[in-house]
Design a protein around this ligand. Structure first.
Ligand SMILES: *Cc1c(COP(=O)(O)O)cnc(C)c1O
Ligand code: SF4
Length: 335
């Protein structure tokens, strides 16, 4: 049997891993034994939205395979530069729904906090790739406007930390925000949408678990996994630590052409998630954001995939297939 060489990542703190993420397309290709032929196109796409991928995540990619489902999520490409009609820079109307600095309030009962603009990984299909974060993030405002808005709105019972990726913030900042929420009586739940436990599992450290255990609020963490290959032993350990701290774990994915637009891949993903203690929540149809049209899967094909999943899996392992529409009162179920 081959001895697994332990990756140097495992000894580094999450902050080091965040800082040392791969940003140079040429380096990423070299790490994966891929030819540098398409490099100029890649570099121009990366100028519009930078390449960023933690080394730990790169280690889960197959070498020599440009079609690797993890690589496709992060590798810039010429297709991003093509203008696609009906694809916009604010596809889901977040700017119109901005209720206070760093607060997007669209749905009854829950308010979404754009905690920060920073992410550990840059996903090429991201619907917030054009969002003007620097003006609108809650942490940059010391959470002041966000907390004032939440205090003044007793109908809000669930606070959703989003971004960017809220777990790029320090635990001191997050602990202080959670403590402020604790003192607002009408807040009942804290939800965190993040890719960090997947792309840098070391993020789930004792400091983070300490404030999660400390808050009176039940915590839901919605991770963001699109393919079963993303879930390795280290990721499973990170999820297990969150569960031990009492966190409810859910997953959302985006249906992406060339990544997971296949019934087998989606079924494997649900199985891998369940084995890691996570239940599938949403499978999103792509938001029509400029630069991501090449990931789009037709709605008719999405319905077929959904039906195939229903035939193969128990109901609780079938994610809800949804499409977000600007101005709608909830995520729209596609059935
Ligand atoms: C997706 C989203 C939510 C959460 O919706 P759920 O259906 O509760 O998961 C809340 N606020 C905003 C602005 C969102 O985009
Ligand atoms: S906000 Fe989420 S999907 Fe978008 S780049 Fe960051 S981690 Fe990826």
């Amino acid at each position: 049997m081959l001895q697994r060489i332990s990756s140097p990542c495992q000894t580094k703190t999450w902050r080091q891993q965040l800082a040392e993420a791969v940003r140079d397309p040429a380096e990423l290709l070299a790490m994966l034994d891929l030819p540098a032929t398409a490099l100029p196109e890649l570099q121009s796409a990366a100028q519009a939205f930078a390449l960023r991928v933690p080394r730990n995540y790169v280690a889960r990619m197959r070498k020599g395979d440009l079609a690797d489902p993890l690589l496709r999520q992060v590798l810039p490409g010429a297709a991003e530069l093509a203008e696609a009609p009906d694809f916009s820079v604010d596809p889901v109307g977040d700017l119109a729904a901005t209720a206070a600095k760093g607060v997007v309030h669209k749905y009854a009962g829950r308010a979404l906090i754009v905690a920060t603009g920073a992410c550990a990984v840059h996903c090429r299909y991201c619907f917030r790739r054009h969002y003007p974060y620097s003006h609108n993030s809650a942490a940059a405002d010391q959470w002041r406007s966000a907390l004032a808005y939440l205090r003044d709105n007793p109908t809000v019972t669930e606070v959703i930390l989003s971004g960017g990726d809220p777990l790029t913030l320090s635990d001191a900042q997050l602990a202080s925000f959670a403590a402020s929420l604790d003192s607002i009586p009408h807040i009942r739940r804290l939800r965190i949408h993040t890719r960090l436990p997947v792309v840098i599992p070391a993020r789930i450290d004792d400091e983070m678990l300490a404030w999660i255990r400390h808050t009176r609020l039940p915590v839901v963490v919605v991770v963001h996994v699109n393919h079963a290959n993303e879930v390795d032993a280290e990721v499973r350990r990170a999820f297990a630590r969150l569960k031990l701290a009492g966190v409810t774990l859910l997953n959302q994915s985006v249906l992406l052409k060339g990544v997971n637009d296949d019934a087998g891949a989606l079924a494997d993903l649900s199985e891998a998630l369940f084995n890691a203690g996570v239940l599938p929540y949403y499978l999103h149809l792509l938001d029509p954001v400029q630069g991501a049209a090449h990931f789009d899967v037709a709605e008719s094909r999405a319905r077929e995939l959904f039906a195939a999943l229903q035939r193969r899996l128990p109901g609780y392992l079938v994610p809800r297939l949804v499409r977000e529409r600007a101005g709608a009162p909830a995520k729209g179920l596609v059935v």
